[in-house]
Design a protein around this ligand. Structure first.
Ligand SMILES: CC(C)(COP(=O)(O)OP(=O)(O)OC[C@H]1O[C@@H](n2cnc3c(N)ncnc32)[C@H](O)[C@@H]1O)[C@@H](O)C(=O)NCCC(=O)NCCS
Ligand SMILES: Nc1ncnc2c1ncn2[C@@H]1O[C@H](COP(=O)(O)OP(=O)(O)OP(=O)(O)O)[C@@H](O)[C@H]1O
Length: 204
């Protein structure tokens, strides 16, 4: 099974690109979605013991948490120490299930692929990317988003140029969904072609 690590800076179209892999029949694990799910379950107790003011009605309130982080960016590290190992466990479980089901590909959508060293645990790195001006326009159109919040998130992410340089494949999301779909199909065709040339079988 080929494990594809999909990443991209905020607003670069990572989630949309993940959907294009899913549309090709490939299972995708979404780390951001896993975090949101953990905030309604497993992560509530450990986060509540460090940041009691962000737990409301038995859940981690992302808006309160984001406000806390904006005031104290150093808290990102304390939070990530709790959250990232839980996300990693879920990813491992997902990959195990995919291997057992005989899948030829599995996608891990990991926003912090390079930042957390997860790039070393995947076979292929795919980066969703577009012009910075398009990226900023997309993100600033989101309700509640400000220039300051965007810059805070960007300051914690490896710059787009470095991500592109370290990628095996870049998906340009600046044109259209259909254009990106063709790029995803090309990536899969290339990887399938390499696999058959190297004589590998599924799950090798
Ligand atoms: C800061 C939080 C509360 C904001 O929640 P919100 O629902 O507004 O945004 P969302 O989760 O959809 O993230 C928005 C964008 O910020 C990026 N981002 C999130 N956390 C981080 C981080 N720690 N460092 C860099 N970028 C991050 C996301 O990948 C995404 O591109 C939330 O993202 C969070 O709890 N982050 C910490 C956990 C984490 O590290 N997640 C990254 C994936 S494992
Ligand atoms: N290939 C594309 N063509 C046109 N628009 C796109 C394309 N990919 C993404 N978009 C648009 O860009 C915006 C951001 O996309 P998306 O939510 O996938 O980004 P993201 O990188 O997952 O964001 P975040 O990191 O914040 O979760 C959305 O409005 C989406 O419709």
């Amino acid at each position: 099974m080929i494990v594809i690590g999909l990443t991209g800076s905020i607003g670069m179209g990572k989630t949309t690109t993940a959907g294009l892999f899913a549309a090709e029949g490939i299972a995708v694990h979404d780390a951001d979605a896993a975090v949101h799910d953990l905030y309604r379950g497993e992560a509530v107790a450990p986060i509540g013991s460090v940041f009691p003011e962000v737990v409301k009605e038995g859940q981690v309130d992302r808006r309160l948490l984001a406000e806390n982080l904006a005031k104290n960016p150093a808290n990102f590290e304390r939070l990530e120490k709790i959250v990232h190992p839980l996300v990693r466990q879920r990813e491992q479980k997902f990959l195990e299930q995919q291997r057992q089901s005989g899948a030829d590909f599995a996608v891990l959508d990991i926003p912090l692929l390079f930042e957390t060293g997860a790039d070393k645990r995947v076979d292929q790195k795919v980066v969703a990317s577009c012009d910075e001006a398009i990226q900023r326009r997309r993100v600033l159109a989101r309700p509640g988003m400000t220039e300051e919040k965007l810059d805070l998130i960007l300051s914690r992410q490896v710059p787009d140029g470095e991500k592109r340089a370290r990628a095996d494949f870049v998906v340009d999301t600046g044109v259209s969904i259909e254009d990106a779909r063709r790029q995803v199909q090309d990536i899969l065709a290339t990887l399938r072609g390499r696999n058959s040339r190297s004589g590998k079988t599924d799950n090798a």
